[in-house]
Design a protein around this ligand. Structure first.
Ligand code: ATP
Length: 235
């Protein structure tokens, strides 16, 4: 579904992605793990056209989307829930969700979007008139994911969904990620919480210093002694 080949991205002189090869197949949850500065966010930014790919290619459903203008990305069927959530605090839950459907013209489709999101996140339905700034961190995360689902994507990019959340809320968010996937949405997940990410994923890539240092079945990655030591806090 998504295929990335020999991708190179720079910020000025900083060579942030140094020849990334990565594939996400339809129906999968694939996680990308790695420490701060490894290049995880840069990879998502390059997929969504926010950062410029100097060379290499990004293909989505057989279309070359390398360096696509960011405002076109949602039209391809890709949606992103960004790091730090970035909900609009002064807008209500419903208004925030509506923004995620900006490419959808058909009113019926927008209503279906709300229904889809509220079914997954009943908490958001209960609070639909509340301003986003008054929600808890976990609810804001649900809202950011819900907003990304409003365009009815085939591929959902999740950037650090567990960041700053209490452990019980992290569990809830990962359950929801599973449910979203069970509804047929393919997921590329970026996480510092490698334990949780690997537990819900089919496959995983480990990013180090702008390159893929390891990839494979998520269970196999979770059992790798180097991964255990570096990312899972186990000796
Ligand atoms: P984090 O979890 O901290 O976001 P990451 O794995 O997502 O880490 P990136 O943010 O993609 O890593 O950073 C990759 C490299 O690119 C780092 O060396 C970082 O300092 C650099 N970098 C990231 N964004 C910028 C930017 N806007 N300008 C310059 N350098 C940047």
């Amino acid at each position: 579904m998504l295929k990335i080949e020999n991708l190179h991205t720079y910020y000025g002189n900083i060579h942030a992605l140094k020849g990334i090869d990565l594939e996400v197949k339809e129906g999968e949850i694939v996680s990308l793990i790695g420490s701060n500065g490894a290049g995880k966010s840069t990879l998502l930014s390059t997929i969504t056209g926010v950062a410029h790919a100097k060379s290499g290619s990004i293909t989505f459903k057989s279309n070359n989307i390398t360096n696509i203008p960011t405002y076109h990305i949602a039209n391809t069927g890709i949606s992103i829930s960004p790091e730090g959530r970035e909900v609009f605090p002064a807008l209500t839950v419903e208004e925030n969700l509506r923004l995620g459907a900006y490419i959808v013209k058909d009113k019926k489709k927008i209503e279906e979007g709300y229904e889809r999101v509220y079914k997954l996140f009943p908490r958001l339905q209960e609070r639909y008139k509340q301003t986003a700034g008054t929600l808890s961190g976990g609810e804001q995360q649900m809202l950011a994911i819900g907003r990304a689902l409003m365009s009815n994507p085939q591929l959902l990019l999740l950037d650090e969904p567990s960041l700053g959340l209490a452990p019980n809320i992290v569990l809830l968010i990962f359950d929801l990620i599973r449910s979203i996937n069970e509804q047929g949405i393919t997921i590329l997940l970026i996480e510092q919480n490698a334990n949780m990410a690997l537990s819900v994923s089919n496959r995983a890539y480990v990013l180090e210093n702008g390159t893929v240092s390891m990839s494979g079945d998520a269970k196999q990655i979770a059992n790798d002694p180097r991964v255990k030591k570096a990312y899972l806090g186990q000796a």
